[in-house]
Unconditional design. Structure first.
Ligand code: GCU
Length: 434
């Protein structure tokens, strides 16, 4: 085992004073869900809340985008925890001999706030053959960093896991879980394509269960109680995870090995819902790949195929806020649909990738969301979708709004990563389309 070098940007543990602390703002007085008008068809993203048309790209940027961000947090995801006043990055090792010397393994701990705040363990693989800072896939994983790559230097994640994570027992990971997901993460190919991989686990931020006694909101509640600020009621685990993406971006934009202008957010399924929300809410993310994200992410809430809003709110009540439950039987009253979340990413590229047998995630409805987001891309002067018909199986569409569907089931495979890399190559290459 090589001795850890000090990360160049971390000559010592670096305390970073974040530029602003988004303090807990009072909720906007939006009407109750039952008082909202019904839209049987998709709401027009280019109409303001008051019904007036968005007149210019500038108005989109300055008025409609912030309004949509607030609406999504109020009626669906819950608020994203604020940007911390203080973040520290701890170097837990840089090992230049990972992947038979092709990559450096970096272990970075991101600490927000005081000692009790959640700490995110970011595991990175950076190509050793590089001429300068490299673009990065930033991906959230389900089963721990140690499950992505079987390298004994990666600590076992001590948090709570579903037992469906291979090698986990009684909700905890064991040595048997090392590398158990490596088939889904073709790290050699990512590295040889010139990308770094940075990955972190959901449960460093908030465990994926109904229990709200731990995670970032529990910490915030305590902080705010001490500060005599009311405990937040408007919370959701997907928003917490998206906040986790943002904290990793805080680090990546400061790592000299990484090109902070070329960060692609990736996630599968519930993690894909999160990757899209994270990109919609933070312009530092250059590209989003919500893979098979489905309901509550890339599929229409008004959709008739696959998972419904009522079903997702019942099976996973912690993912969304209390307000979203009010739309269970009345999705037509939602003042947006998921095309508006995609539109919040404009002009940045978004790829929705799917599997033919994964009807639960409504692949066809996802394409409809891209079609409905496309006018916003055009309105601000860039291309969106390059086809209005569903691309054939196995063919990645062109345009900043990409779509891909392959044969097979709900899963993230090495073949899917080839498409992620293809999309990123097209849109993140230096001097490329972005
Ligand atoms: C369930 C859930 C989906 C989710 C998926 C996953 O199937 O209903 O909404 O995307 O789990 O995250 O794997």
């Amino acid at each position: 085992m090589s001795m850890p070098r000090i990360l160049p940007c971390l000559a010592a543990t670096t305390a970073l004073l974040m530029s602003s602390c988004a303090s807990h703002r009072p909720a906007h007085a939006w009407p109750d869900a039952s008082a909202l008008p019904a839209h049987a068809n998709l709401p027009n993203p280019l109409l303001h809340w008051d019904g007036s048309e968005v007149q210019s790209p500038q108005q989109w940027e300055q008025r409609r985008r912030p309004e949509l961000k607030k609406l999504f947090q109020h009626y669906m995801y819950g608020f994203l925890p604020p940007t911390p006043r203080r973040t520290q990055f701890h170097n837990h090792g840089v090992f230049a001999n990972a992947l038979q010397g092709k990559a450096s393994l970096k272990l970075v701990e991101i600490q927000t706030g005081d000692g009790k705040a959640p700490r995110i363990q970011l595991m990175m693989l950076v190509p050793n053959q590089r001429r300068g800072p490299v673009p990065v896939f930033l991906a959230m994983n389900f089963c721990g960093n140690h499950a992505v790559l079987a390298d004994p230097r990666i600590p076992l994640n001590p948090g709570w896991f579903y037992n469906s994570c291979k090698g986990c027992a009684d909700g905890r990971s064991t040595e048997a879980s090392r590398g158990s997901q490596s088939a889904d993460w073709p790290v050699d190919e990512i590295i040889s394509s010139g990308y770094a991989l940075a990955t972190f686990c959901t449960n460093d931020i908030d465990a994926d269960r109904k229990d709200v006694s731990d995670g970032v909101y529990a910490w915030l509640a305590e902080e705010w109680r001490d500060a005599k600020i009311a405990e937040p009621a408007n919370r959701g685990t997907i928003a917490a995870w998206a906040w986790g993406f943002h904290r990793c971006v805080d680090y990546l934009t400061r790592d000299p090995d990484i090109d902070g202008s070329r960060i692609a957010a990736v996630g599968h399924s519930r993690n894909g819902k999160t990757a899209l929300l994270a990109a919609a809410m933070d312009e530092r993310i250059a590209l989003a790949i919500p893979h098979q994200a489905g309901c509550g992410g890339t599929a229409p809430s008004r959709g008739q195929i696959g998972e419904s809003v009522e079903r997702i709110n019942t099976a996973f009540p912690h993912w969304f806020n209390a307000e979203f439950k009010k739309f269970n039987k009345d999705t037509a009253r939602l003042p947006f649909d998921q095309h508006c979340l995609v539109a919040l990413c404009a002009p940045r590229p978004v790829l929705m990738s799917n599997a033919q047998e994964d009807e639960w995630a409504n692949p066809r409805g996802q394409f409809d969301m891209l079609v409905a987001a496309d006018p916003v891309y055009r309105f601000i002067g860039v291309n969106g979708l390059d086809t209005m018909t569903l691309p054939p199986l196995g063919e990645l569409s062109g345009g900043r709004l990409g779509y891909y569907i392959r044969a097979g089931k709900h899963s993230m495979t090495a073949g899917d990563w080839k498409v992620f890399i293809q999309f990123a190559n097209k849109h993140l290459s230096k001097g490329g389309g972005f």
